[in-house]
Design a protein around this ligand. Structure first.
Ligand code: CP
Length: 302
């Protein structure tokens, strides 16, 4: 039985196959419409979500399966003190596969150790968000045609942004990927990313978005993660540190892509939404296809 806890749980070849499957699902949805009949997905969300939970649910429905679950910790027996380990043992009796989001780093790993069903990490604290990474990789490969030979700028809250950590982990495995890490000094990537994951790779850390713009093939914007700050004053000071607008877009390559895991707050002005390079709403649709592919692979149905 396989789980997806980290983007590195799939080899580069397996990832390529998974993205191929997602592209085929996009082109031929009817072929997959009944693949999960009789199967149940449990969505265990201890933290708020719109995209991840609903795209998992849409994915399972698109495959002909059913969905059970909870959307807040308060509406589950976690509110009475039940542990993640016990919860997953219970859910293993009800469902065939589960997607779990939890505020604590490592919660999905803990669940996988006691689970009788595949566990998908749908975000664990500020640590990893591997299915967002699958979404990002599918978006980049589908719209750019490649995952190698790119310069990607990651901008905003690189300290707490788990989507950034997962994406860097995944992209270092492709040839000639250059990273431009754009953040205020207080929101730089964690030391382990700089000193272990990025060690030996081509990366630079900068504070100025405008200066970085002309060299980027991809700009990955992120929200300042209010929920992970200990001090509200720090959040208020940094929340609008980068705002992508038309003026900054005029500095970018004509074929640069703007990605964002969403939700956005102020970091991308709505005036950018109509720019053909704005790919963040297309990215959401790719998230459904890749989660359909993931469910099929983990259930060994494709
Ligand atoms: N991208 C993402 O994880 O969005 P949600 O928090 O809405 O699931």
């Amino acid at each position: 039985m396989r789980h997806l806890i980290s983007p590195l749980d799939f080899s580069v070849e397996e990832l390529s196959d998974l993205l191929d499957l997602a592209n085929d699902i996009e082109k031929n949805p009817e072929t997959y419409a009944h693949k999960c009949e009789g199967k149940k997905l449990a969505t265990l969300f201890y933290e708020p979500s719109t995209r991840t939970r609903l795209s998992f649910e849409a994915a399972m429905h698109n495959l002909g399966g059913n969905v059970i679950g909870f959307a807040t910790a308060d509406s589950s027996s976690a509110a009475k003190g039940e542990s993640v380990s016990d919860t997953i043992r219970i859910v293993s009796c009800y469902a065939d596969i589960c997607a779990m989001r939890h505020p604590k780093e490592g919660a999905a790993t803990v669940a996988s150790l006691k689970s009788g069903i595949p566990v998908i990490n749908a975000g664990d604290g500020g640590h990893q968000h591997p299915t967002q990474t699958l979404t990002d990789l599918l978006t980049i490969r589908s719209l750019k045609g490649r995952l190698d030979h790119i310069t990607i700028g990651l901008c905003g809250d690189l300290k707490f942004g788990r989507t950034v950590h997962s994406l860097i982990n995944a992209l270092v495995r492709y040839e000639d990927v250059k990273f431009v890490l754009i953040s205020p000094p207080e929101l730089r990537v964690p030391d382990y990313i700089r000193e272990e994951v990025l060690k030996g790779f081509d990366f630079e850390e900068v504070t100025d978005l405008e200066q970085a713009m002309p060299k980027l093939d991809i700009l990955y914007m992120t929200r300042v993660q209010k929920e992970r700050f200990f001090n509200e004053d720090d959040y208020i000071r940094m929340k609008d540190c980068y705002i992508l607008d038309k003026a900054k877009m005029s500095l970018a390559k004509e074929d640069m892509l703007v990605l964002h895991p969403l939700p956005r707050v102020n970091e991308i002005s709505v005036e950018v939404d109509d720019d053909p390079r704005a790919a963040y709403f297309k990215q959401v649709q790719y998230g459904v296809y890749v989660r359909m592919a993931l469910i099929l692979r983990l259930l060994e149905l494709a």
